[in-house]
Design a protein around this ligand. Sequence first.
Ligand SMILES: *Cc1c(COP(=O)(O)O)cnc(C)c1O
Length: 404
Amino acid sequence: MLDIQKIRADFPILSQKVNGKLLVYFDNGATSQKPQVVIDAIAQYYQEINANIHRGVHTLSQLATDAYEVSRGKIQNHINAKHAHEVIFTSGTTHGINAVANGFASLLKVGDEVLVSALEHHSNIVPWQMLCERTGATLKVIPMNEQGELIQLEYDKLLSDKTKIVTVNHISNALGTINPIKEMITKAHQVGAAVLIDGAQATPHLKPDVQDLDCDFYVFSGHKICGPTGTGILYGKEDWLRKLPPYQGGGEMIATVSFEKTTYADLPHKFEAGTPNIAGGIVLGTAVDYLNGIGFDHIAQYEHELLTYATEKLSAINGLKIYGTAEHKTSVISFNIEGIHPYDIGTIIDKLGIAVRTGHHCAQPIMDYFKIPGTIRASFAFYNTKEEIDAMVEAVKKAQMMLS
Ligand SMILES: *Cc1c(COP(=O)(O)O)cnc(C)c1O
């Protein structure tokens, strides 16, 4: 069992008042809050070892480099990557997807196909559309059903020897659906396609095992797992990372440079041009340690309790409809109230201290599927409580009364 009050004390922002009310933070799908150890580690880096990495012979540069590489090792262990050099530091999920999509430009031709799913975040749609425009490849979409689940029979039909890459999220940020990615990866490999998994919404809730999944790429953001903004990870299988050209050119990613020819540095540096977010990268390791200290088994179990509780309480509200009722779901609830615009509910409950997301959640195709402008999305983290859910439910009822 988790000691939630003790955990909450790790997050200074949670004891803040917003609009005169105690903050209820249910926008974890957009970004997580940060524990004190993470906040302290950022200051400590700048106070004690700030220097550029992989460059200087001086002591601080060595210390900063060591700390950065230790953090890479922590993330390698966390996701069970075979090699540390398969773990690339990025600025976030968006950066990771763009790096891979850009690399595939050299591999695709007219007639090739890229499969995305109907459940994707814009970050995992637009880079592939850009890739297809550049190469003449065709973008195909794996459809979903009313519950917000990908239709596996349709996926089977779409796969062929034309499919070069399949890109799908592990968990949907808009609906909370947990996709059966392991099976989807196996099927893609049977036709020789690579698979990228967008793990931005999964990594706050579970510990991915990239070797067990056998995915070719797995990307996620640091800021959604209690780490700093502007941090993220691109995991790629060694063979793929060797095959793909670098994403950006610059310092750090080269072996030799002359005006005639440049040779690239070995992995992971080939994909890490320029001075990275050194403090962020180091502190991402601190965040991962913090989460593992709590334990993902505990986190998943507790968040599932919150999901069940909130689903029950919200469903009891007249005229409330929940979008995304997949059998396998994480602690995200998207909903609307009949006849009321989600934005209006969001604005009123914000005045009552409740932070939720309203809108299309960077997933307009999902909203189009349901023919709605957007939803109200409450996304829970392990530091949330049932009392907070009660407060949200009361606030939503109040807003409903005021608006109808
Ligand atoms: C948040 C999110 C992204 C984008 O992450 P950034 O940190 O903004 O780069 C992509 N996909 C999913 C599923 C997300 O939840």
